[in-house]
Design a protein around this ligand. Sequence first.
Ligand code: PDD
Length: 286
Amino acid sequence: MARIAYVNGRYGPISAARVSVEDRGFQFADGVYEVLKLIRGRLVDADRHLARLRRSLGELRIEPPCSDAALQRVVKETITRNGLGNALIYIQVSRGTAPRNHPFPAAAKPTLVVTLRRLNLPGATELEKGTKIITLLDERWGRCDIKSTGLLPNVLAKQAAQEAGCREAWLYDAAASDDPVITEGSSTNAWIVDENGVLRTHPTGSAILGGVTRSVVLELAVAAGVKVEQRAFTLGELRRAREAFLTSATSLVLPVTTIDGHPVANGMPGETTRRLMADYAAHCGI
Ligand code: PDD
């Protein structure tokens, strides 16, 4: 079955889907996006993803292209036309098309693109043995809470991770500091169980994207009786951690067992991580 994309009111083969070269998404990365997953035909946490999309648009003063209900209908129709039961759905909205000029155009209609691709969840070995990450300087802008399509530092960090044979790069916030704070990963949120047994992740704010998976895992941790704090941890604390894991819509809860070539604790996924992996998988219907 050919992949079908939605672009500004039309459905068609993705190979023929087009936006203008004057689209501000292309010219300035003046746009936002969302990624949500479909598991066995069911959208996971759609309301939270659509709320975040609306927030990102509001922060950039981009007019929502349609109501949430209309967007849900477009997403559902794109799913039907692609015939996938397990998929990743990308919703991208730019400020629209206008002659190139930095200030907001007086009258531009936002561009809306919805595409789907097959969902590749982490494989059994990575889930059982954990994954490897590197740490790198966070070179992003000051509004990482906005899910902007301006992802160049994230792209460079992910490429560096891949070239180091790792899945992800976790980013630290100050090169000058002896013990900088870890903000998050290039496309994931970062978590540890610290040396005192407390589950920790960076608080929301402008330094990180408030992950939908992060918000669900915080609730699951509380429900499981895990002691959890939204408090940033440093690179030093990461090296001394009992457990580490990352979260995102695409990676689920994934244990991190090697950091910059060194094992986390005994090098195997810990008890809290395994509990939250199971609880999050159940939440998604996996
Ligand atoms: N990435 N931090 C960043 C910088 C991200 O890009 C993402 C998501 C997350 C996790 O958010 P969530 O749990 O809502 O997926 C954290 C998506 C999956 C992507 O860009 O592909």
